[in-house]
Design a protein around this ligand. Structure first.
Ligand code: AMO
Length: 440
């Protein structure tokens, strides 16, 4: 059996004999009839067993002794019945097999999570995800990534898989996890960027990867994880970083449009969020203009010491600014000071960095850039930053011809959190990893 019939497609099988499997969600044992609500990830369905019928006796006994949250496989007929509140259909079983039995008390009632501590929920994530709303988060996330991938496949990108063990702590060594690797040290990749660029040097032209990144940041905020899922894109023969921003805008507009068709009404109903398909092009502003405008419009004054980056407070206000000034939810921020960014970013003749961040709903969801692909400039930049042996392997990529290229990375957990108005990234990841959490 390959095909599994789900609750949300039972209507297609009216008057047919089928096999249905799911969790036992609720049992209402009435005098004459048993109503058993069965559940899978797509929804619930009523199974009805008439007690008076002799042929049902065994099944009636089985249900009388069954614990909720056990799983069953039933042979049944799908029957239309106007009186059934759940979609007007019911399953009339001829055989019920218990495929697993729930033993013991559930750690909490997953249908009523308001009073359950988040850590308890995360400790028991396998139960927490039985909550219908939590399940939806991951069904929607799956579709989002599907459509993002789809856009790239439609545009001649290929998916690659880069290693997560790396031999040298590149760039910002402080945020890198060190692991024991036989008799020496290895590190966990913070980003696939160098390898995406190697793909460009190899002539792959357009690549992407969806994979974890590891960051040893001891930050306990609502948007940081030590392991997160990064949707990384890199492509060649660009004219400037404007091409990179355009590619990302189109990708997001495509994915959101598809997502709205499939999940728009559920996102509204269940998460109380409007999914707005962004118009093209996305607005963009230079960092210093952003600060000037935030001060003029909202009286926000950035502390002198933080002027070279966007503060958390400023990120929030950028969302307001994007809406007030451009009637848009997204905003690219450009012209960050070169010294704040990686040596691999392209700078123009005036030293202006050819990179950007993308802010959505008050949070940074992307960094991207045109990369420096010219070996001599790149070596010079690396030297200026005092980087030596550790980036030597990387510099090699650019010695033997490499097209001009750029790319970006979208944090999947963050974008999911913002899309569905989830208070913390801990809930928008299947399993959260943070400074104080390594289980389950
Ligand atoms: P950056 O470090 O900005 O860029 O990361 C890209 C995006 O990844 C997400 N992100 C995180 N999500 C959860 N927890 C974290 N600790 C975390 N850190 C980052 C954010 C962020 O915008 N190499 C560049 C990308 C590139 O230029 O291709 C990079 O890694 O959504």
């Amino acid at each position: 059996m390959i095909k599994k019939i789900n609750a949300n497609e039972l209507k297609k099988y009216v008057n047919e004999e089928i096999e249905y499997s799911g969790f036992v969600d609720t049992i209402r044992d009435k005098k004459w009839v048993q109503f058993v609500i069965l559940r899978d990830e797509t929804g619930i369905v009523q199974m009805t067993i008439e007690k008076s019928e002799e042929k049902n006796r065994e099944m009636v006994d089985l249900i009388s002794n069954l614990t909720l949250e056990s799983t069953v496989k039933v042979k049944c007929k799908v029957v239309e019945n106007e009186q059934v509140k759940l979609n007007g259909i019911e399953l009339i079983p001829s055989e019920i097999i218990v495929t697993s039995r729930r033993d013991g008390e559930l750690p909490f009632n997953f249908n009523d999570l308001d009073n359950v501590n988040l850590d308890t929920r995360l400790d028991n994530r396998f139960i927490d995800l039985r909550n219908a709303k939590n399940m939806k988060i991951f069904m929607i996330q799956s579709s989002l990534v599907q459509y993002m991938r789809e856009y790239l496949y439609n545009n001649n990108f290929m998916e690659i898989h880069t290693p997560k063990f790396i031999g040298a702590a590149s760039e910002s060594g402080s945020e890198v996890f060190e692991v024991k690797y036989f008799d020496r040290k290895a590190y966990l990749a913070q980003s696939p960027q160098f390898y995406k660029q190697m793909a460009m040097a190899s002539g792959m032209n357009r690549v992407f990867e969806v994979a974890p990144c590891f960051r040893a940041e001891n930050s306990n905020t609502s948007r940081h994880a030590t392991e997160f899922m990064s949707f990384d894109v890199e492509f060649s023969y660009i004219n400037s970083y404007q091409d990179v921003m355009n590619m990302e805008s189109e990708l997001l507009a495509y994915a959101f449009n598809k997502l709205k068709d499939k999940w728009g009404s559920e996102i509204k109903e269940i998460f109380n969020q409007e999914l707005i398909v962004p118009t093209l092009p996305f607005p963009q502003m230079k960092l210093k203009d952003v600060y000037q405008e935030l001060e003029e419009r909202y009286g926000y004054k950035v502390p002198e010491s933080e002027k070279n980056d966007l503060t958390t407070e400023a990120e929030k206000l950028v969302y307001r600014l994007a809406k007030d000034k451009f009637n848009h939810e997204f905003m690219f921020i450009t012209d960050y000071p070169a010294e704040k960014r990686g040596f691999y970013h392209m700078r123009d003749e005036n030293g202006v960095l050819q990179g950007f961040d993308l802010i959505w709903r008050g949070v940074e969801i992307t960094s991207g850039a045109q990369r420096e692909h010219r070996y001599s400039n790149l070596s010079k930049n690396a030297k200026e930053k005092g980087l030596g042996e550790d980036v030597k392997f990387y510099l090699e990529f650019f010695k033997y011809g490499c097209p001009p290229h750029g790319g970006f990375a979208i944090g999947i957990d963050r974008i999911t959190m913002l899309l569905l108005n989830i208070p913390t990234i801990k809930e928008s990841m299947f399993l959260f990893r943070g400074p104080n959490r390594l289980t389950p």
